[in-house]
Design a protein around this ligand. Sequence first.
Ligand SMILES: Cc1cc2nc3c(=O)[nH]c(=O)nc-3n(C[C@H](O)[C@H](O)[C@H](O)COP(=O)(O)O)c2cc1C
Length: 235
Amino acid sequence: MSDTERVPLVVGVSGASGTPYAAAVLRGLLAAGAAVDLVVSRASRLTLLDETGVSFRDAHWREDLRAWLSRGADGAPDTFASEVGEWLDDGHRVRYHPAGDLAAGPSSGSYRTRGMVIVPASTACVAGVALGLSKDLLQRAASVTLKERRPLVVAVRETPLSGPTLRQLVALDEAGAVVLPVSPGFYAGADHIQDLVDFVAGRVLDAVGIPHDLYRRWRGQLGGGAARSQATNPR
Ligand SMILES: Cc1cc2nc3c(=O)[nH]c(=O)nc-3n(C[C@H](O)[C@H](O)[C@H](O)COP(=O)(O)O)c2cc1C
């Protein structure tokens, strides 16, 4: 893939709980052959450290991303190591931009992208994007995505939701964003925590038209969720 052919999806990771959701979305995009521009907010380094033990460093981002994406939602360190290694060895697939780099490509509408997903999206990030604050590259890239009328998915993680956040989510919906709460459904069957994470990641990918097989789609028949669980866990 040459630089002129490369039209990435921007992935913003903000400081809400739920870094396994971001990892599953990133793996899904890379598995589908998509190019990714990654922006990791300052606060999300705290959630990443807390939830995975990975310190995300600008100078060692590829190595740290490899450790993060290799990890399963249950904490096993090498669940996805082989495929992640292959994807990250291809220098064109992922481009990383520090959140403080307001001169990076995604800060301008003339930089071509196919849209942006923010996963997980903190309420601070929701507020910033709803108001057009652009306090860092992540928020600026989201504002650019909206003004250019490109797809924006905001995978918000907070519970319960305050009135101000609910109003900001409505503002984002009215501006054209897809507001996608990270709330897994159980109808696809879930034996492991990874299944629930992948359900949400699959719905994020659905919203930007990326093919995947992260969850079992509804087939118009009741009982499928329970059947799958019993097949692998007869107790
Ligand atoms: C361990 C931890 C978990 C957090 N979880 C959430 C969360 O689930 N949802 C949320 O909106 N904020 C959460 N926060 C607070 C955000 O990190 C904080 O509002 C921050 O300013 C968000 O900045 P950002 O949007 O630039 O990443 C959490 C913070 C920490 C340290």
